[in-house]
Design a protein around this ligand. Structure first.
Ligand SMILES: Cc1cc2nc3c(=O)[nH]c(=O)nc-3n(C[C@H](O)[C@H](O)[C@H](O)COP(=O)(O)OP(=O)(O)OC[C@H]3O[C@@H](n4cnc5c(N)ncnc54)[C@H](O)[C@@H]3O)c2cc1C
Length: 328
């Protein structure tokens, strides 16, 4: 590991002032420390943000919730307001990692965790995400876990988070503070597709700090489901995951939100697929139509064509479960 300095500011302004080109914020450290130990990242300065006042969950004037960036994944999933009003988010978080990891992992850090592409972690191989311009061995190499949607010639990695898939379906907003002031970013615009710059996972600017995640008032609490399909029943990242949320009027769909994980460089959401469901009866045939639209343009690699059929079935199943009522 490369030597680094360590500072623990106690105000947001101080933390931002300390941020520089070779620095990283550290929250739970469950991803950053692994990357440093493997020499994938070599920051010269760690800014420990755990002393900042970002540990609370508060109601917003608009009827939603503001989640501080340092709320742990465990505290978030088990918070009474999240369990009751946003069970989709609780289910997605609890589908990820392990209890110990969820105790350490923060809300902000979860958004910024890096891909689990084997080549990104293996510094003996090229990787455009780790070292821009060096190449992408995954495209013609081992690519069973990789993207089927939105990939580029430069990168076929997927975003590994479960929590972010639920946040995409819930249309959360990311609040950030930084050298140029405060702003909020719709979760849809927070993560990016790789294009020619896979080294950039998201649209955060240099030195910007995530301070909170805002959930809108609508949590789809009555009709939602999070389905995660993976190689092991626990402690494994998603091959495909689906966050499905419905607002029903009897059997008729008034509103639908669907986001996919494990298939692209960001949580995958296509509004046109959701619109196809509006006004329709909540039944398998129309769920299958939405699945086709969501997966339109999917391009498999040598080892991951199975993900297309897996995703198709998972979408139909998650929507069917959501239509049947949230399982508490
Ligand atoms: C074995 C294992 C299994 C896992 N399984 C899953 C899984 O199944 N599903 C899943 O979703 N996740 C899984 N994870 C990932 C885990 O959820 C993340 O590692 C965790 O959420 C990261 O949060 P953290 O606070 O530890 O981030 P850190 O490691 O502290 O930071 C991660 C990144 O975020 C940056 N950062 C942190 N906070 C902020 C902030 N407020 N503002 C700006 N930058 C910030 C850091 O600089 C760093 O770049 C797993 C992790 C491990 C180790």
């Amino acid at each position: 590991m490369t030597p680094f300095s360590y500072q623990r500011p106690d105000s947001i302004d101080q933390a931002i002032a300390l941020a520089g080109a070779d620095s990283r914020y550290i929250a739970g450290g469950t991803n950053l420390l692994d990357l440093m130990k493997e020499n994938v990242l070599q920051p010269r300065r760690l800014i420990d943000i755990n002393g900042l006042p970002l540990h609370d969950i508060e109601e917003t004037a608009g009827g939603g919730l503001m989640i501080g960036a340092l709320v742990s994944n465990a505290d978030l999933a088990w918070h009474p307001q999240i369990e009751q009003r946003y069970p989709l988010l609780a289910k997605a978080i609890l589908a990820g990692a392990s209890p110990q990891l969820r105790n350490m992992a923060s809300t902000g850090g979860n958004l910024l965790q890096r891909t689990r592409c084997y080549y990104f972690y293996d510094t003996a191989t090229p990787c455009n995400k780790r070292e821009p311009g060096s190449g992408c061995p995954a495209r013609d190499g081992r690519n069973r876990i990789h993207a089927i949607l939105g990939a580029s010639a430069a990168c076929v990695a997927v975003h590994p988070s479960d929590m972010c898939v639920a946040l995409a379906a819930l249309e959360a907003q990311v609040h950030v503070d930084g050298p140029h002031g405060q702003r909020r970013i719709a979760i849809e615009d927070f993560h990016r597709l790789p294009g020619e710059h896979p080294e950039r996972d998201n649209t955060l600017g240099a030195g910007e700090l995530i301070v909170g995640i805002e959930l809108p008032g609508e949590g789809y609490a009555s009709h939602c489901a999070y389905l995660k399909l993976r190689d092991r029943a626990s402690y494994a990242f998603a091959l495909v995951s689906v966050a499905a949320a419905l607002e029903l009027d009897g059997k008729t769909i008034r509103r639908a939100r669907i986001a996919l994980g494990g298939v692209a460089h960001k949580p995958w959401r296509i509004e046109a697929a959701e619109e196809l469901l509006c006004g329709k009866r909540a039944e398998q045939q129309c769920f299958a139509t939405a699945a086709e639209r969501l997966l339109q343009g999917a391009q498999p690699l040598a080892d991951n064509a199975f993900k297309i059929e897996l995703a198709r079935r998972a979408i139909v199943r998650a929507l069917s479960e959501a239509a049947g009522g949230t399982v508490r």
